[in-house]
Design a protein around this ligand. Structure first.
Ligand code: PMT
Length: 398
């Protein structure tokens, strides 16, 4: 069980911090809470003290009141195995991203050597603001973790992405911290769409955002794997401890994956690769004329089929994005491409597929197994897929 600091900043979702503290306590973790001044406008230290069974820290200058710590923020930071900032306001995210440390919580975050996770909660427009997104990207680049907010009704009366993840989702990061069960495995993940050039300013692509593949890469790295992410164009933040190989077209992706293949233990192909590309990409911008235009397409290489043909000991997991006959189509791909698993998602479902934060996946195994997962956040779905891969890896390497 872990020593967890729950840092509470000033947003209405602060009340959910109380539920989180209670949940962590029930799970057997030792919890200490730090509250900013603004957090205390929303809930009281007494609430968190009662639920955590520990004093609540509210001030950098509390040293006389609790002589337990020589230098409070350093002592607390050393004690923690993990810090959870719940909720993380735009203000607090911006402050840490720019290196400010002017209260107990920000100094603790700065002094922490343990993993720190932020659970943002705010109005959807605030969350979408490029400044907030830039600050989040700065923190991700620096190795801080994020438990992304979800879409839902917000306290300000609107609805959108900004609602804090549930206490259960936030508590789940401790699971991934504990588990370093993928250590020693080299996992290649592909993500995002490909872009097939028509001319210098136009291309053919699809709606893949990269979220699914990035979630797999992130969770695999959190669990100790050595991860290479071959990514088509995507605005997703680069996960910590993941080597990213950016690509544009299917042929670029093919070359990048081929280069990684011999040293990979596992390849997970979440990318939505274009099956066709324009036969010729015009060197100059194509000018319009009065008549119609016909674009001749030719086949792209099927990367996954090639991987299946050249498989040695690698575990291969493909994805099947289907709009109809999901099981039949997925099983066809499993067999034709010599895969160990195919993760089928019905992309017509409201909570699944392209661009969504959640996915509902059924995994078919080459051994005939069927694992039907419920609708899950893509991070959680990623973990379940990695669990299946790990089981097979362990069975093969007994
Ligand atoms: O990126 P998100 O917005 O999060 O969306 C996630 C997703 C819907 C893209 C993802 O969950 C998904 O289903 N990815 C696979 C999409 C796809 O291209 O499916 P497919 O049925 O066309 O291809 C089957 C498999 O073959 C895939 O693993 C694909 O990567 C691979 N393939 C396909 C064509 C090709 N030329 N080369 C390939 O390797």
């Amino acid at each position: 069980m872990a020593n967890v600091i729950v840092g509470v900043t000033g947003g209405i979702a602060a009340y959910k911090a109380a539920e989180l503290v209670s949940l962590l306590g029930k799970q057997g973790h030792a919890v200490r809470c730090i509250m900013t001044d603004a957090a205390q406008q929303f809930i009281t230290p007494l609430t968190l003290q009662t639920l955590s069974g520990n004093p609540v820290y509210t001030s950098l200058f509390q040293i006389q009141e609790s002589p337990e710590w020589q230098v409070e923020h350093i002592g607390l930071a050393r004690w923690a195995d993990c810090m959870l900032i719940v909720p993380a306001t735009a203000d607090f995210i911006g402050k840490v991203a720019h290196g400010f440390a002017d209260d107990l919580l920000s100094t603790c975050v700065m002094a922490a050597t343990a993993p720190v996770f932020f659970a943002p909660a705010m109005n959807d427009q605030m969350y979408a603001n490029p400044l907030v997104q830039r600050n989040i990207a700065i923190l991700r680049d620096a190795g801080y973790g994020f438990i992304d907010p979800v879409e839902g009704n917000l306290a300000c009366g609107t609805s959108g992405k900004g609602k804090m993840a549930s206490p259960q989702q936030i508590a789940a990061v401790l699971e991934t911290l504990r588990k370093q069960d993928l250590q020693g495995m080299r996992i290649v993940v592909t993500a995002g769409p490909t872009r097939e050039a028509v001319d210098p300013v136009r291309y053919i692509t699809n709606h893949s955002s990269g979220k699914m593949g990035y979630a797999i890469a992130r969770q695999a790295a959190n669990r100790g794997a050595d991860v290479v992410l071959v990514s088509g164009p995507s605005s997703q933040a680069v996960p910590a401890n993941v080597t990213v190989v950016p690509v544009q077209s299917a042929r670029d992706m093919f070359a990048a994956v081929q280069e990684q293949y011999s040293s990979a233990d596992v390849v997970i192909k979440a990318a939505a690769v274009a099956d066709y590309r324009p036969k010729t990409a015009a060197a100059q911008k194509i000018k319009k004329s009065d008549g119609d235009m016909v674009l001749e397409l030719e086949r792209n290489p099927d990367i996954l089929a090639w991987l299946g043909e050249h498989k040695q000991n690698q575990i291969l997991m493909g994805f099947a994005a289907e709009t109809n006959d999901v099981q039949q189509n997925a099983l066809g791909k499993l067999q034709r491409k010599h895969l160990d698993f195919i993760a089928a998602n019905d992309v017509t479902q409201q909570h699944s597929g392209f661009g969504k934060d959640t996915n509902q996946i059924t995994v078919y195994g080459a051994d005939g197994s069927v694992t039907a997962l419920p609708v899950l956040a893509k991070e959680d779905a990623a973990d379940r897929l990695l669990d299946l891969v790990l089981q097979l890896y362990q069975a093969r390497n007994k």
